[in-house]
Design a protein around this ligand. Structure first.
Ligand SMILES: Nc1nc2c(c(=O)[nH]1)N[C@H]1C(S)=C(S)[C@@H](COP(=O)(O)OP(=O)(O)OC[C@H]3O[C@@H](n4cnc5c(=O)[nH]c(N)nc54)[C@H](O)[C@@H]3O)O[C@H]1N2
Ligand SMILES: Nc1nc2c(c(=O)[nH]1)N[C@H]1C(S)=C(S)[C@@H](COP(=O)(O)OP(=O)(O)OC[C@H]3O[C@@H](n4cnc5c(=O)[nH]c(N)nc54)[C@H](O)[C@@H]3O)O[C@H]1N2
Ligand code: SF4
Ligand SMILES: [Mo]
Length: 709
């Protein structure tokens, strides 16, 4: 059982750590107390180089926030949540898990984790599911994030590390093509690398249905119709092949499967692609020529391209372009996915995924099972098999499984606010309410925690030790500046204490998080994401260590694929992928595309950022963006109230009229709950491979609600 005492660092005037929010993981120095905290961007950390965005500057406000949970809560016979002791809350939770297991079997207890959890917590949560609960049913919100890019990278390149090169390489690329990423708002300090690229004479192309702040920075903006990314990629490759701009030597030496792709893209002639994507032929030609004539080029994807029921194919089609141009593994070049959550990279590697064991191994792989069972000191046969993916897990809550066995009836949620962030939340809320037991760990009473039977108050970023892995695959240290407030406990202690109550404490007996990290390293040894050569000391001495790092003397791997690909043949694979329509398209009843995403000043489901005054003042409520011609067609004025409806439900927004969006598309952010939750509207159609929901496209209609006020 863990119980870390305040460390030496707490006595020092400043603590060097990293921002609690996105995958950029800006280095920051903390000085002062939680009530009066000074946050400065760490100039010596080589990723953000001193820069922070508004969310980072203001992150301290969540620590001493008056609404912060400071005691566990338990639902009483009156149906309300009441303060209780940790002992009572954890015993009630353990009892519910024991009862559910006894009545319905181990698969009936489920876990939903998150990409904001440290590597140590993600690893422990996966181990807790397999060893303490013996349930296959654990998955996490990363499934909603970059799972399509991950699946495509594994298929084409043999491994998934979001950026297989350091960010500094961006500054040296002659051309960067960014697809469905609005990084000027979603990780603003990254723009310094694009500024440097421009100063070096480089060019930026952005494909997005909106003229975002990122697209405004570009030399060329491709304002594509939502859901047409694969057609765009195939169209670009058609021109590159036709005009002899591909790298035939690289294709022959380093790849396989090009012939089928060449045949397929032959049918994507520019006029056809213009019709499908809405991108004028002249722009297609210009983009292809810029890419094809550059000595170095990068293709980067964000959620716009990935959060679709065709997400994996979309990414595969752009990896085809990167391979045909001979970019992957070459200097200042390649394909990369811009991972989103703070530990979106590490969180997808160490076993909180339904099909996964630590080190990015598959739970169905006998060698991986043997290895990890050995590290955990359990019988290989005792490890469960694969469980349900995130949305399928949420959608099945309270229902029996198709084989007649009981589905999940008791659930632990740690690090996600699913009634705001999952697709079709009206259904998700119903499913959560049908559970026998729900326990949620959070800092605040999130919309999901408000539905729980037990709520466990968790320590925040500046109050815990551990590691995170940033979007470059760089493992960095999260350091504790203060002890958590009285009554609040860190998640590591919570997980370990629950394991003791379930009789498996001997597998969860750690002196500190470094010991957990060392075990994670052993469990990952020999796997694709090999952390076995990384220690806290090594991370601290080197401003982070890039995985894979397979031994104590190994320096880590900033750049991948320089010599080969970790596939069976050592070659990268092309995939001939046709574009397909989104699961739902506009029609007479629902005539507009609805797409969703982010605002600069809010983060995710908003649990933290909606409570921070500077941020909520900047963006107090969700704005639905639409083109002036669209607004005129529906008789809607700027700043007026509208109801947006889809086949799932309706939600309410204030209108922002802007020329920076296609006429056929409206955009709304997903940072709010209740009637302001855009996920009341989204379509839970899943990508067949990654199981990613189609957050980025559904068919909608709008009506003014001004008169209704
Ligand atoms: N401020 C802020 N920053 C964040 C976050 C946050 O919540 N707030 N979250 C973090 C996380 S977890 C993530 S995953 C990242 C996400 O970072 P991004 O991927 O940059 O963010 P999104 O706004 O989800 O989507 C990006 C763009 O996709 C466009 N898009 C919509 N449909 C399509 C389409 O069909 N094709 C293409 N090509 N583009 C389309 C949208 O117009 C939008 O501008 O941000 C991280 N950083
Ligand atoms: N419509 C639409 N929906 C989307 C998206 C979209 O683009 N459009 N994007 C999707 C994406 S990319 C993502 S990543 C998801 C994110 O959506 P969520 O999974 O809801 O992510 P967060 O809002 O970060 O939720 C984290 C919750 O856990 C708490 N928390 C944070 N860190 C910790 C911790 O260390 N311990 C504990 N116990 N609690 C913690 C926070 O307070 C918060 O309530 O949303 C997805 N949903
Ligand atoms: S860019 Fe991301 S990591 Fe940096 S301060 Fe902003 S939210 Fe934090
Ligand atoms: Mo994400």
């Amino acid at each position: 059982m863990i119980s870390e005492q305040p460390s030496e660092t707490e006595l020092q005037p400043t603590t060097a750590t990293h921002c609690p929010y996105c995958a950029f993981q800006c280095g920051m120095d903390l000085a002062g107390t939680p009530d009066d905290l000074l946050i400065t961007g760490s100039a010596s950390f080589p990723v953000n180089k001193g820069a922070l965005c508004i969310k980072g500057w203001t992150a301290g406000a969540a620590l001493a926030h008056p609404e912060r949970l400071r005691t566990p809560l338990m639902r009483g016979s009156d149906g309300e949540l009441h303060p209780t002791s940790w002992e009572t809350a954890l015993e009630r939770t353990a009892q519910a898990f024991r009862d559910t297991r006894a009545r319905y079997g181990p698969q009936a207890v489920g876990i939903f984790g998150g990409g904001s959890l440290t590597n140590e917590k993600s690893y422990l949560l996966g181990k807790f599911a397999r060893v303490a609960l013996q349930t296959p049913n654990i998955d996490y919100n990363g499934r909603f994030c970059m799972s399509s890019a991950a699946a495509a990278s594994i298929r084409a390149l043999g491994i998934d590390r979001g950026l297989p090169f350091p960010l500094e390489d961006i500054a040296g690329a002659e051309v960067v093509l960014m697809l469905g990423s609005n990084s000027a708002e979603t990780m603003p300090p990254i723009m310094q690398y694009f500024e440097a690229q421009r100063e070096n004479g480089g060019k930026l192309i952005v494909a997005d249905p909106r003229l975002t702040p990122t697209a405004q920075r570009a030399d060329l903006h491709l304002r594509l119709i939502p859901g047409t990314d694969a057609a765009l990629a195939n169209g670009l490759l058609h021109i590159l092949v036709r005009d002899g701009l591909i790298d035939t030597g690289y294709i022959a030496e380093r790849t396989e499967g090009f012939e089928q792709v060449r045949n397929l893209v032959a049918t994507y002639w520019p006029e056809r692609v213009e019709r499908i994507t809405g991108v004028p032929e002249a722009q297609l030609l210009r983009a292809a020529r810029m890419l094809g004539s550059a000595a170095s080029a990068m293709i980067l994807t964000g959620r716009g391209t990935e959060q679709q029921s065709q997400g994996v194919n979309n990414v595969l089609s752009f990896i085809n372009v990167a391979l045909a141009l001979g970019l992957v593994g070459r200097p200042k070049s390649g394909y990369g996915c811009l991972t989103g959550q703070g530990n979106g990279q590490g969180g997808r590697e160490h076993g909180q995924k339904a099909d996964q064991l630590p080190g990015y191994r598959l739970i169905t792989d006998p060698a991986a099972r043997r290895h990890v069972a050995g590290v955990w000191g359990v019988a290989e046969e005792s490890l469960p098999g694969p469980g349900k993916s995130a949305f399928e897990l949420l959608d099945s809550l309270g229902h029996p499984d198709s084989d007649g066995s009981s589905g999940v009836r008791a659930l632990l949620v740690m690090g996600s606010n699913v009634v705001v962030s999952a697709p079709n939340v009206i259904n998700v809320e119903e499913r959560l309410k049908s559970l026998d037991f729900l326990v949620v760990s959070d800092f605040f009473l999130s919309e999901t925690a408000a539905l729980a039977d037990v709520v466990l108050p968790s320590a925040q970023w500046a109050e815990e030790e551990g590691t995170m892995t940033n979007l470059e695959g760089r493992v960095i240290r999260r350091r504790r500046a203060f002890a958590p407030p009285a009554g609040v406990q860190d998640d590591v202690t919570t997980i370990c204490n629950l394991a003791w109550l379930l009789g498996k404490g001997n597998h969860f007996d750690y002196a500190d998080t470094a010991e957990i990290f060392a075990e994670l390293g052993r469990a990952s040894a020999g796997g694709p994401a090999d952390y076995s050569g990384i220690t806290y000391e090594k991370v601290e001495a080197n401003d982070g260590v890039f995985w894979p790092c397979p031994g104590p003397d190994h320096p880590g791997t900033p750049r991948m694929f320089t010599d080969g690909f970790p596939t069976a043949s050592g070659k990268a694979r092309f995939h001939a992928v046709r574009h397909a329509s989104p699961a739902e398209e506009p029609d007479a009843e629902y005539p507009l595309y609805l797409t969703t995403g982010r605002n600069l000043a809010q983060y995710q489901s908003g649990t933290q950022t909606r409570r921070i005054p500077e941020l909520s003042d900047m963006t107090p409520s969700p704005l639905a963006e639409m083109h002036p011609l669209t607004a005129r067609r529906y008789g809607i004025g700027d700043g007026s109230s509208v109801r947006v409806s889809t086949r799932r439900g309706a939600a309410d927004f204030t209108v922002k009229i802007t020329r920076n969006i296609r006429e056929d598309t409206i955009f709304a952010p997903f940072h709010w709950g209740g009637m302001q939750a855009v996920n009341r509207l989204t379509n839970p159609a899943l990508d067949p491979t990654s199981r990613m929901p189609e957050f980025k496209i559904c068919a909608a209609r709008i009506e003014s609600t001004e008169g209704a006020k």
